[in-house]
Design a protein around this ligand. Structure first.
Ligand code: TYM
Length: 384
């Protein structure tokens, strides 16, 4: 198993990752979260954290809280990529959180050998459109694109002076062959995590991401207090399982484009992919399935429903028990999962169409830094 922000290989052992990274297991019992609690948070897809309890406490005390979560535009987005943004939206709706969304076109340009500048630029716009289709409030949300919003460079210089090469190498798995831009880039992402504090003064900022992004949170926490900021909090998820394996990561790198659910897939495509590829915990024949029953805990369609798409606790229990007893067949389970995923994506696509009826530049502009915010970023860090 190998997990860095740029590479995930093999079966992911989530418990081992926790120990290696040193994050805390998440137990939301006893935390006073707004209701209804977001499904992936309630059902354990988010399974680890750093200071999430303190973040919730600060919110309960009426203090300002913010969210940062971003995207590296290496291609179109799939279902797994959009989850942190729906999570951010939940925090915005329930806790009135300010949300900052950085787009790291620089990161993907530096890391992916084949990508040209024009590729990452165009993926950035394509991805922003999907992210905005989540439905953020423009008054409380900002988006910045690293190579376009260049005021982020100055704070990145301040931050980069506080991290050694050996730290970067250890945390990010850099090698002698890594280009020097790649060595510097983590300083940019650290700045992303600090932006709400740079704009509005020290306060708790939560970063909801899949666990591969945790190294950035760790290094940002190490430096925060030395530059007068509050330590960054993290809410860490597992990966959305790939269609073909309950413990793999939904990704194009090995499965090819066909084995991923894209945000643009229509109902028929989703159904076909689930029917054809979704790993099943069922038995090879209907007779055996009726006799021995299936294993929901390794069935990808079941896991999608459980973590993301079946809100109703009674219904999910019925499905689980029905499948385990052999009463519910694999085809029936797949059919239902495909329908729920398609419902979710159709709603997303409808919001996107609505957005596309407006001038895209105007839309992006309404989520960009305002003049006074640009000034605050430019003026930050003089004393360091
Ligand atoms: P990126 O573009 O690789 O992924 C975007 C977000 O999606 C998460 N993710 C997944 N979640 C569930 N299942 C999957 N299969 C899956 N694949 C990816 C990632 O953890 C991430 O949260 N460096 C970042 C972009 C970034 C960023 C930030 C993120 C720039 N600045 C500040 C958070 C905060 C990246 O390349 O993500």
């Amino acid at each position: 198993m190998k997990v860095t922000p740029w590479e995930v290989e093999g079966e992911v052992d989530y418990e081992r990752l926790l120990r290696e990274f040193g994050a805390a297991p998440l137990d939301i019992r006893g935390m006073e979260l707004p209701k209804p609690v977001l499904l992936p948070l309630r059902r354990g897809y988010f399974y680890a954290h750093r200071d999430f309890d303190k973040f919730v406490e600060d919110w309960r005390e009426g203090k300002r809280v913010s969210i940062v979560t971003g995207r590296g535009p290496s291609g179109p987005m799939h279902l797994g990529h959009i989850l942190p943004f729906y999570t951010a939206k939940w925090f915005q709706d329930k806790m009135d959180a300010f949300v900052f969304i950085p787009i790291s076109d620089d990161e993907k340009y530096l890391v992916k050998r084949k990508l040209k500048v024009k590729d990452v630029e165009s993926f950035a716009l394509n991805n922003v459109l999907d992210i905005l289709s989540v439905g953020f409030n423009p008054e409380k949300t900002r988006i910045a694109i690293d190579m376009k919003d260049t005021e982020l460079y100055r704070p990145a210089v301040v931050v980069s002076k506080r991290v050694t090469f050996s730290t970067m190498r250890a945390l990010f798995g850099l090698t002698q062959e890594s280009n020097v831009g790649w060595v510097f880039y983590p300083a940019m992402q650290m700045v992303h995590l600090y932006i709400p504090q740079i704009l509005y003064g020290p306060h708790r900022v939560l970063v909801p991401v899949a666990i591969d992004q945790d190294p950035y949170i760790r290094v940002a926490r190490d430096v925060a207090e030395s530059i007068g900021l509050v330590k960054t909090a993290g809410l860490l998820s597992k990966f959305m399982p790939s269609l073909e394996s309950p413990s793999g990561k939904m990704s194009t790198s090995d499965g090819g484009e066909e084995k991923v659910i894209w945000l643009t897939d229509d109902r028929d495509t989703i159904r076909r992919k689930i029917m054809k590829y979704a790993f099943s915990g069922g038995q090879p024949t209907v007779e055996e399935h009726r006799k021995y029953g299936g294993r929901p805990e390794i069935d990808v369609s079941f896991l999608y429903l459980y973590y993301f798409f079946e809100e109703d606790d009674r219904k999910i229990r019925e499905i689980e028990e029905g499948y385990r007893s052999g009463e519910l067949l694999t085809g029936e389970l797949k059919d239902y999962a495909a329908k729920k995923i398609a419902d979710f994506l159709e709603a997303h696509q409808k919001r996107k169409e609505k957005l596309l009826r407006r001038d895209l530049e105007d839309v992006v502009e309404s989520f960009s830094f305002r003049e006074d915010e640009r000034r605050r970023i430019k003026e930050w860090g003089r004393e360091f």
